[in-house]
Write a protein that binds this ligand. Structure first.
Ligand SMILES: Nc1ncnc2c1ncn2[C@@H]1O[C@H](COP(=O)(O)OP(=O)(O)OP(=O)(O)O)[C@@H](O)[C@H]1O
Ligand SMILES: [Mg+2]
Length: 259
């Protein structure tokens, strides 16, 4: 018998693209009910990891458990409990938003009445009521909103969001953050990547930081920051996520003295 205390359990995950090692040997546990920030510099393997965790990519090695069950790309019942907003969004451009969301809802097994209700709710909540345009004609932020709607339409237990807030306007971000907080208060889990560390600091309770190639360099509870606590790393204390992140990853850039 397995207990669902962990939402995600990654063991020795490896993913190669030909000769490129994108994720070398990642092990990580994400507790159920957490708002988990998965951080790292460009190219460190975040999207690749999310791809492996959601069945969009086949891992080269390692194992993944979601909600206490072994996960593979063929785990259909488990996939119905998961939602994903991939970096590439995964939209089908020729469709209108309501058509695309209806298609996604049916794919997740929602009946006709639920599909109609949830599509209508999501279009209204995400301010996507301009129905004269296909997804190909939507702005960047509107496309992002549709991808978010597609990730949550079946009310999943574990939600994977790859850079969900980038390009979305401030009111949209505020609404999304409020929904996500309610989502985790109900014991469901959010696994989120973002480069906006202030947002992560205010939204997430736990964080993992990786460096290339998918190497875990720090993980911990960041709620201590709200109580003037510090994030510890090798005997030093950091009073913000940004300070810690720059310490762990900031050496890569050099000056442009002609600019
Ligand atoms: N389809 C692909 N083919 C070959 N290499 C790839 C492919 N996708 C990603 N990579 C490589 O895998 C590594 C990890 O990329 P990944 O997209 O997972 O990084 P990331 O952490 O999501 O970065 P970003 O913050 O820029 O989104 C990089 O070295 C990248 O060049
Ligand atoms: Mg990425």
């Amino acid at each position: 018998m397995t207990f669902e205390t962990d939402a995600i359990r990654i063991t020795n995950l490896e993913k190669r693209y030909g000769a490129t090692v994108a994720v070398a040997d990642l092990s990580l546990v994400v507790p159920k009910g957490s708002m988990f920030g998965f951080l790292g510099p460009n190219g460190s393997g975040k999207s690749t990891t999310i791809g492996c965790l959601t069945g969009l990519l086949d891992p080269t090695a390692g194992s993944i458990e979601i909600l206490g069950e072994k996960f593979t790309a063929e785990s259909a019942p488990l996939k119905r409990r998961m939602g994903v907003m991939p970096e590439t969004l995964g939209l089908f451009d020729p469709l209108y938003a309501h058509e695309f969301l209806g298609f996604v809802a049916r794919m997740f097994g929602l009946d006709e009445a639920d599909t109609r209700r949830r599509v209508t709710d999501l279009l209204a909540a995400l301010d996507l009521t301009d129905t004269r345009k296909t997804l190909a004609e939507y702005s960047t932020g509107m496309r992002k909103r549709v991808a978010f709607a597609a990730a949550v339409i079946h009310s999943p237990d574990v939600l994977f969001l790859d850079e969900p807030f980038e390009s979305i306007d401030p009111a949209g971000v505020a609404a999304m953050k409020q929904w996500l907080r309610r989502f985790t208060e109900q014991g469901r889990t959010v696994f989120i990547t973002s480069h906006v560390l202030e947002t992560v600091e205010r939204l997430c309770d736990r964080v993992a930081i990786i460096t290339k190639p998918g190497k875990l360099v720090w993980q911990g509870d960041i709620t201590v920051l709200a109580n003037d606590g510090k994030l510890e790393y090798e005997g030093r204390g950091f009073n913000s996520l940004e300070a810690l992140f720059l310490h762990l990853t900031g050496e890569r850039y050099s000056d442009l003295n002609w600019l």
